[in-house]
Design a protein. Structure first.
Length: 349
């Protein structure tokens, strides 16, 4: 596959040119060629998407969207991630892609701070860099979020508050304390509780628990918290591993119907705990759509298209992206959904 490389200066021009291209769409309708001026590409690119972990079911699902984008566009677009959720391993994958001379890299960072150096190397080499779930990432051209992270956190809290009867002590759980999006969701959840649920109280002793994006760690941490602080009645989860791990602890400790958890999770993976009532509802956005949108954004930049409010990345929830308040880098969509026992079988993944 012929690769088109960009100089750093050309990328700067690409970010500001207005070419009026239309987005690639899931139906295979590619953006019309016709970009002009320095930085406009030829539409023949190699784009690599780097997830946090190649084996996590969340990112296995994301790869389906990446493959769909490759099929729709005919370009060389693929996913390559580390064998486990580890920032150092993820940085090495990116380093290898730089050496291979790909045109664009889309990253879902394990730890934004730990990737700054290697992503700067990529950008200095003329490679387009975009991120997802990396709102705090500095060395990226744009970051896409499926929604406003604070609003999503509030949405998670609304679901937990309903389960808790809008009263009681709760705490929050994140995959890693360095994960920008997880912490923004948790902060949004706390802010919503403070504003809307006066009878709910954040556990001061341990307001944020880390699960390390690992179901076993989530389970063990939840058990420790619930034994140490029997007043805790709810846990806000953020990682896709949190709710299942916490639900396991709730069931094992005989606290079903007394302690509640909600958060982000995959439908099929959480059917059992939803059917049992261990979790009333979960929230998510389809990882496949995020993978598709990330590749679409990279293509637009390579084509020299202006990235502005209203940009359409060609998949549901990402058709009208808007810059986050005060940012010219973070783009937000409207891609969240609720999963409960009544609709868990309807998603197909």
């Amino acid at each position: 596959m012929k690769q088109r490389r960009f100089t750093k200066a050309a990328l700067g021009v690409a970010a500001v040119l207005t070419l009026g291209l239309t987005a690639c769409t899931p139906g295979g309708q590619s953006a019309e060629p016709g970009g002009s001026g320095e930085g406009a590409g030829d539409g023949d690119y190699t784009i690599a998407i780097v997830p946090k972990d190649a084996t996590n079911p969340w990112f296995v699902r994301m790869e389906e969207g990446v493959k769909t984008y490759a099929a729709d566009t005919g370009m060389e677009v693929y996913q390559k991630g580390p064998a486990e959720t580890d920032a150092t391993m993820q940085a090495q994958v990116i380093q290898d892609l730089i050496a291979q001379g790909v045109d664009a890299i889309g990253v879902i960072p394990v730890d934004p701070g730990a990737l700054e150096t290697v992503l700067k190397q990529a950008m200095d080499a003329g490679i387009v860099v975009v991120t997802h779930e990396g709102a705090s990432q500095e060395n990226t051209m744009y970051d896409i979020e499926a929604f406003n992270n604070s609003d999503y956190g509030g949405f998670i809290m609304d679901n937990l508050a309903e389960a808790m009867g809008e009263e009681g002590v709760y705490t929050t759980m994140v995959g890693h304390v360095t994960n920008a999006s997880h912490n923004e969701w948790a902060d949004g959840a706390v802010a919503r509780a403070e504003a809307e649920y006066p009878n709910m109280t954040l556990l001061e002793a341990e307001p944020r628990v880390e699960s390390q994006d690992d179901g076993e760690v989530a389970y063990q941490s939840a058990k420790e918290v619930l034994k140490k602080y029997p007043e805790v009645k709810g846990i806000v989860g953020t990682s896709s591993f949190d709710a299942p791990g916490v639900a396991r602890a709730i069931e094992e400790l005989g606290l079903t119907g007394k302690v509640f958890v909600t958060g982000t999770g995959m439908p099929a993976a959480n059917k059992s705990i939803l059917d049992k009532g261990l979790v009333k509802s979960l929230t998510l956005w389809d990882p496949a759509d995020a993978g598709y949108a990330l590749a679409s954004l990279a293509t637009k930049i390579l084509d020299g298209e202006k990235i502005a409010d209203g940009v359409n990345l060609g998949v549901k929830g990402y058709e009208d992206m808007k810059f986050a308040e005060g940012s010219d880098k973070v783009l937000e969509g409207n891609g969240w959904v609720v999963i409960n026992k009544d609709n868990v079988d309807s998603f197909g993944f």
